[in-house]
Design a protein around this ligand. Structure first.
Ligand code: ZLS
Ligand code: CA
Ligand code: ZN
Length: 396
């Protein structure tokens, strides 16, 4: 009316559930759902809620979860409690659960599962109904969960459930995974279809690093009559990769997949354990490079739906800073490097590395001990070539 036109930005929706953040896996467990509270507080302190639609989601229902998982497994998950642990100890093994393990039975576990999955399903639905161009769920991204068992801190595979939703309205979905671990559960779920292409970047060392899958030749069924042949792509890495190497590799491979596969929707798993200074991971990435991946996919997803989800990330203050920064990239805002003065949990953002009591220098950098970089140019080039080679079989 006043003649000033707002540039058409992206409609972004942010899906969360406060109750999901309050669960505990157990004292020494690296997965800390409160990193989500830290993330959300940072997002709110910067005022990003005014640039997106915020949705508090409902827990997923049994029927929604059964779209991927087996009823037997879901029944067990919904009924098992920590004090029954010993009684049904044998079934633990069948379903991948157990004390002292990666997937403990903790108080409220079923509730937690339904909440983070509900948020991913909601996010996918919001994209489907064109309410959003980009939908974010930092509580999701639990890529190791299998149809009939839990694995690697993941009980329900919210990513598979979200992709299944998207497939009801679009022919093709590209899944990109920058968590430091291989996205095995998602790859496995869509192993035999050419409607979903999976692309995971991860540390690969079958001897010592979980889950041990995701070598460069793991590209789909070897039976070439199977439509899934060439639609599972992997970029196996070593410790110590740096910003420039990762950005270059990511742009080349992800760019080529988007171009050749030409998906109508993209799901980006943003596991923050690929950052430097992570408790489990040994890459050297700064928040800048991690965020670059989000920005790159956003820039390439014109007229495509984009679902941005969380994943791993075991140094909570870095997870929160990365995901807040990435939320700002989604809405197209530029944040001050200075942390807001009145952020709750301000203490949690103090950097031990910087001598304690010091705030991090800025939002895109991580000051930390570096890990030895085990990559040379030849190896990185061979990874790009491998992806190009696979994509020769893909045309849309
Ligand atoms: O991608 O390495 C393993 C498997 C084991 C070693 C650990 N023990 C408990 C089980 C057998 C070989 N598991 C990994 C899983 C990593 C999952 C990453 C999830 C994701 O980021 C997506 C969200 C692993 N790495 C580190 C641990 N487990 C681990 C470290 C410390 C502890 C405490 C709690 C539990 C047992 C002691 C635990 C696991
Ligand atoms: Ca990965
Ligand atoms: Zn991980």
């Amino acid at each position: 009316a006043n003649g000033i036109e707002r540039p058409k930005g992206y409609n972004v929706s942010f899906h969360f559930n406060s109750k999901a953040e309050q669960h505990h896996f157990g004292q020494s467990h690296p997965m800390k759902p409160w990193r989500l509270t830290l993330t959300k507080q940072l997002v709110l302190s910067y005022g990003l809620q005014f640039a997106m639609d915020i949705f508090e989601t409902l827990p997923a229902t049994m029927d929604q979860l059964a779209a991927f998982h087996s009823r037997d497994y879901l029944e067990y998950l919904s009924r098992i409690t920590p004090d029954q642990s010993e009684v049904i100890a044998n079934n633990f093994k069948i379903f991948g659960l157990g004390p002292e393990g990666d997937c403990p039975v903790f108080d409220g576990m079923w509730d937690y599962c339904r909440l983070y999955s509900g948020a991913s399903i909601d996010a996918a639905r919001n994209l489907i109904s064109n309410q959003a161009d980009i939908a974010i769920n930092w509580s999701g991204g639990l890529h190791h969960a299998m149809k009939k068992w839990a694995s690697g801190f993941c009980y329900i595979n919210d990513i598979v459930l979200a992709i299944q939703q998207l497939l009801t309205v679009v022919p093709r979905v590209l899944y990109v995974d920058i968590d430091i671990h291989h996205g095995d559960g998602v790859q496995h779920a869509f192993w035999s279809t050419d409607r979903v292409m999976t692309l995971s970047y991860h540390k690969f060392d079958p001897e010592t690093f979980f889950p041990g899958t995701g070598g460069k030749d793991e590209t789909g069924p070897k039976n070439l009559v199977n439509p899934g042949a060439h639609y599972s792509l992997n970029v196996p890495l070593h410790d110590g990769i740096d910003d420039a190497q990762y950005e270059d590799l990511f742009d080349h491979c992800t760019g080529a997949c988007i171009e050749k596969f030409n998906p109508q929707a993209i799901v980006l798993q943003c596991g923050a354990d690929s950052l430097g200074g992570d408790r489990l991971g040994k890459f050297n990435l700064n928040i800048k490079a991690h965020g670059h991946c989000v920005d790159f996919v956003k820039r390439r997803s014109h007229n495509r739906r984009l679902l941005v989800i969380g994943g791993g990330g075991y140094t909570p203050r870095n997870v929160a800073r990365a995901w807040c920064h990435e939320t700002s990239l989604c809405v197209g805002a530029t944040l001050r490097n200075q942390l807001p003065a009145h952020i709750p949990y301000r203490q949690a953002f103090m950097s031990a590395e910087n001598g304690g009591g010091e705030l991090y220098p800025n939002l895109s950098h991580i000051t930390t001990r570096r890990h030895e970089n085990k990559h040379d140019k030849g190896y990185l080039e061979s990874l790009k070539k491998n992806i190009d080679e696979q994509l020769k079989y893909v045309e849309n």
